[in-house]
Every structure is written in structure tokens, then in C-alpha cells.
Write a protein that binds this ligand. Sequence first.
Ligand SMILES: Nc1ncnc2c1ncn2[C@@H]1O[C@H](COP(=O)(O)OP(=O)(O)O)[C@@H](O)[C@H]1O
Ligand SMILES: [Mg+2]
Length: 295
Amino acid sequence: MTAPLLSVRGLVIEFDTAQGRRRVVDGISFELGEGEVLGILGESGSGKTVSTLAVMGLVEGNPGVVGGEVTLRNGAESLALFEGLEGVIKRRAGKPDRKNVRRWQRMVSRRMRPLWGEMMTAVFQNPRHSLDPLLTIGVQVEESIALAERSLDRAGRRARAVEWLDRVQMSDPERVYRSYAHELSGGMCQRAMIAVALARAPRILVADEPTTGLDTTVRAEIVGLFEDLLADRRRSMLYISHDIREVLHLSDRVIVMRHGRIVEEATAEDLRAGRGERDPYTASLLAAAELGEAL
Ligand SMILES: Nc1ncnc2c1ncn2[C@@H]1O[C@H](COP(=O)(O)OP(=O)(O)O)[C@@H](O)[C@H]1O
Ligand SMILES: [Mg+2]
């Protein structure tokens, strides 16, 4: 792996439910290298979404992230984004009561907010709901451009937005520029969302089940699009999916989550080639995937 850009150590996430406190992420550690695509694979409910939301500082409340550390490295500089609630409480000899939980949450979001966007942006499942229904696609792409390329004037931003819509392979970028989300198909909305995210020029793109809910052909097109957009290895990606074929197709390295734990970590190449001892759950996923079939 190249120099790690993001490092997650011992992340623990818990939620209070009617049945008591539930630990949904149980001490996971992973790193993401510069220019690397890390696939996160696992069945529904295994903790993929909540782990990556935590990394972005977006798990709010009830208690949320109770343990662990997240660090971003910027060249020789290392920036501790946050430590889990337990670490903070221990250092300050406090109690994990409501007041301290809220104080800690405010601290995390204060620290994370300026980084959100510049360091990391995300593309989620159900792009139609992530786009603003009241703004044209063009305006939304331009909002990202205005933050990432401050020197551009209005005409420059417009030209760049159309360029981005072209880069995400919209067949008529000028028309899409003027369109609203409800006028586009699901696949086009996801392309638009990817343009909005990438125009922000993040160092890390988080893609959480970006193809779920789309037709098979459209899914393959979106996976192909990610492949093209990341080919220059100028940004890193966390690619989350329950679809092993998508993950193996796109990733350099893969972690497999189950019941809030990482049960496997391997290079995509080794997994594809069937090399090495596999955890039984990973082996069953590989067996079920009919890997001979092209994506
Ligand atoms: N805010 C929350 N409050 C309570 N439980 C939650 C919350 N967010 C997620 N969970 C639970 O955490 C577990 C992991 O969820 P999630 O990360 O969404 O799984 P995945 O993305 O792998 O499908 C699930 O059992 C889910 O119900
Ligand atoms: Mg999820």
C-alpha cells in the first residue's frame, strides 16, 4: 500500500435501543492509502454505512462513536480527527453522561465540518434524494466548483460544470445542466451526484452502495464510470457494496465486514485469483459470486 492517508483504529460504535445498548461496530481498524480504492464488503446491517459515516464525523448522538481514533495524514503532518467518546472521557476523568456525550459530539462536528467536502465527499444510494429537488443540476455542480476553484468567475464555473457533466458521460450535458432531478432517470441522477461530489475535488470519495436500486445495465455503467474517473489515482475511494463483483472489479484492497467486525482483509487480486486462506464467510461470498461472469 502507498502511504496511508486515512487511518482508523479500534472504531467502536454503539446505539441504545429498546433492547438496551447495542454494539454495531466492534473495534474495526483499517487504512486507506493515497490513490487507493478500498472496497468495503458485507451483508446488510454489518456496519458498513455507520463506520464510514463515523469517519466523516456524521454519526450523531445516542451515544454513537464510543471508542477509537481517526487520523488523516497530509504529507508529514498527521491530524487526529477525533477519538471516541470513551477516550475523551478517560482523559478528562468524566462520565459518559448526556452532557458529556453532547459536548463530545459538538467537538467532533466542529473539527470535521471544515474538512467535510475538501477532504471527503460522499455519494450515497438513492441519488434522487441526495440532490436538491429545487435547484437545477447545473447549479448544484457549480456550488461544488465555487468551493473547489475559487478563482473561477461565473462563466468559468458554468463551463466547468458542463465539462463535469460531460466527464460523467451524460449524453447531453447542456440539457442536463438545465434539468431538475425529477426530470432525470435514476442512473442519470447518480451520474449527476458523482459530478457534484467530484467537482468538490475531495481527496477521498466515499461511495456507499452507489449502484443499489439501479438496473443491471446502469449499475455496470456506473461502476465503469468510477473506474474511468479514478484511473489517474489522484484521489482515494472507499467503495461500499454488498456486491462482491463490483467491489472486486473496482478495488485495490478489500475488507469484509460481518456483525460489526472485519473478518477479512486481502488484495482484490488475491481474492480474484482465489489465492490464500479465506475466512469462511468470505469464501461463501466468493463461491456465490460466479466470478467467471463479466460485470
Ligand atoms: N442511528 C442508529 N440508531 C440505532 N441503530 C443504528 C443506527 N444506525 C445504524 N444502526 C444499526 O447499526 C447496524 C449497522 O448498520 P449499517 O451501518 O447501516 O449497516 P450496513 O451499511 O452494513 O447495511 C444495523 O443493525 C443498524 O440497524
Ligand atoms: Mg449501508
